[in-house]
Design a protein around this ligand. Structure first.
Ligand code: FAD
Ligand code: UDP
Length: 434
């Protein structure tokens, strides 16, 4: 197959040179908004093997794999004016590297995912720590021995002592189904109300008893004094930020990018053999079965004329008396040194861009109806947090996208073998478009 790839790469290079000669077909700059209707900057007469909708982790990983491994011609579009999806970061007016869509901390247990991304970035070791503002104190969350000692003025010295103490508070729930059950079963009602009930009600607009157990199961309870938010094997931030990592990933002659281009508006103008769709699945099908609920957020970004604001990167505010859920300060995550600091306050909302699928049985049932439609739609692959309606972290989305590529790759190989044996010719003479 090496000739296929070489041929595709040569075609890409020739196109690039041709692009230089004709401003109408110029590749739009990666990471910047093209003027006017973005799609007019793409040679719409050019036929693509793939149209990738969405330039977040899901779309970008697949686009990179298809271009680099199959020599496929890929057009990526995003309705936003930048790549990197929700992981997008940029320097603000004060020069502080901040995350436009809230704090994104990379962590994974997968060596494969970490090695894959390491092709496109160096890393800065970073272990995330979060404090919760409870009863006028800042205490570690996840709840650990330090949290218990500080909050209840105790002197628990060992794991066994902390476990015994928690056992006196925990209320055994026979069948753990909801996010309330998970916490009550682990730490009892008082700690549940202090740390989880208000935060969850604010974050989701629902009581924990109305949410699937997977939501609060993300937060462990510890009997030791480990105060890291995550326990994963790999915990690090891309050294120059997420956007720089995405730029490196998408810097391939076979990948064209059109920003500010909504699939719903440009779909009839693009010719592509196959679509990779990473937007909301219900939107793709024109909300045929009704709206699939996604939770939104409003971010209030501020720059303060002081070097630091809070002791750690994120402070959670579980009380319902405080309107926001958490405050993030980016310099802790990035290690940037500067006289000013930038922070983000997060407010949850029902309206706005879709950020979180809402894990509860009725939503999953509705998603399953859309998924059945997706399975019956040839030529379109649905990947990512919005399209597969899964409350996934970045690394899980990278893993999902790599697995999807493997399936495309296997199907392509099977097709090539089939075509070769049918035609009775050597397979390396075939020009196959995946
Ligand atoms: P997205 O990043 O949402 O990308 C989808 C893209 O598709 C978007 O850019 C969107 O504009 C585009 N799109 C949608 N519809 C259309 C359309 N019709 N036409 C064109 N383009 C379209 N994960 C972690 O691992 N660690 C964290 O600390 C972390 N923190 C988070 C904090 C917040 C506030 C949020 C919301 C998420 C956080 N995540 C975190 C999760 C992480 O953001 C996701 O796992 C990841 O970004 C999902 O990637 P994706 O490509 O599936 O989706
Ligand atoms: N949670 C909570 N209190 C906290 C932290 C988390 O109630 O101090 C609950 C809340 O429901 C939240 C969920 O646990 O949505 C998962 O938390 P995580 O920090 O993983 O949320 P994310 O980073 O995805 O917003």
């Amino acid at each position: 197959m090496s000739w296929d790839i070489t041929q595709a790469r040569m075609a890409g290079l020739i196109d690039e040179v041709m692009d230089g000669a004709d401003p109408a077909t110029e590749r739009p700059a990666i990471g910047s908004a093209p003027a006017g209707s973005a799609i007019s900057h793409i040679a719409t007469s050019r036929k693509y093997d793939y149209l990738v909708v969405g330039c977040g982790f899901a779309g970008s990983v697949i686009a990179e794999r298809l271009a680099s491994q199959h020599g496929a011609r890929v057009l990526m579009i995003d309705k936003r004016d930048h790549i990197a999806g929700n992981a997008f970061d940029e320097k603000d007016a004060a020069g502080i590297l901040m995350h436009r869509y809230g704090p994104h901390i990379f962590h994974t247990n997968s060596d494969e995912v970490f090695a894959y991304l390491s092709q496109f970035t160096k890393w800065r070791s970073y272990e995330h720590r979060v404090l919760a503002s409870v009863r006028d104190q800042l205490v570690p969350i996840p709840i650990n021995r330090t949290t218990l000692n500080r909050l209840f003025d105790l002197d628990l010295r060992t794991d066994a002592e902390a476990a015994a103490y928690l056992a006196t508070r925990a209320e055994t729930v026979e069948e753990i189904q909801t996010s309330e059950d998970v916490v009550i079963n682990a730490v009892g009602r008082e700690l549940y109300e202090l740390f989880f009930r208000g935060y969850t009600r604010k974050q989701w607009g629902l009581d924990p008893s109305q949410l699937d157990k997977q939501v609060t199961s993300r937060i462990p309870t510890r009997t030791n004094t480990d105060d890291r938010y995550f326990a994963d094997k790999h915990q690090a931030m891309p050294l120059d930020g997420y956007t720089a990592m995405f730029k490196a990933m998408l810097d391939h002659p076979n990948i064209d990018i059109a920003l500010g281009a909504d699939y719903r508006e440009v779909r009839d103008e693009i010719e592509a053999t196959h679509i990779i769709y990473t937007g909301p699945i219900d939107e793709y099908f024109d909300w045929r079965f009704g709206k699939l609920p996604y939770r939104s957020l409003r971010f209030e970004h501020k720059t303060l004329d002081q070097e630091n604001y809070q002791p750690v990167a994120v402070v959670n505010y579980p009380s319902e008396d405080v309107p926001y859920t958490r405050i993030s300060e980016y310099k802790h995550m990035t290690g940037q040194v500067a006289p000013k600091t930038s922070i983000t306050l997060e407010y949850s909302s029902a309206e706005g861009d879709p950020y979180y699928p809402i894990p509860r049985p009725e939503n999953q049932a509705l998603f399953k109806r859309y998924e059945a439609l997706a399975d019956a739609t040839p030529g379109v692959t649905f990947v990512g947090r919005l399209a597969t309606y899964r409350y996934f972290n970045m690394d899980q989305i990278v893993g999902q996208a790599l697995a999807t590529f493997r399936r495309i790759d296997a199907a392509r190989k099977a097709k090539m073998v089939g075509t070769a044996s049918n035609a009775g010719v050597a397979s390396d003479k075939l020009r196959i478009v995946a």
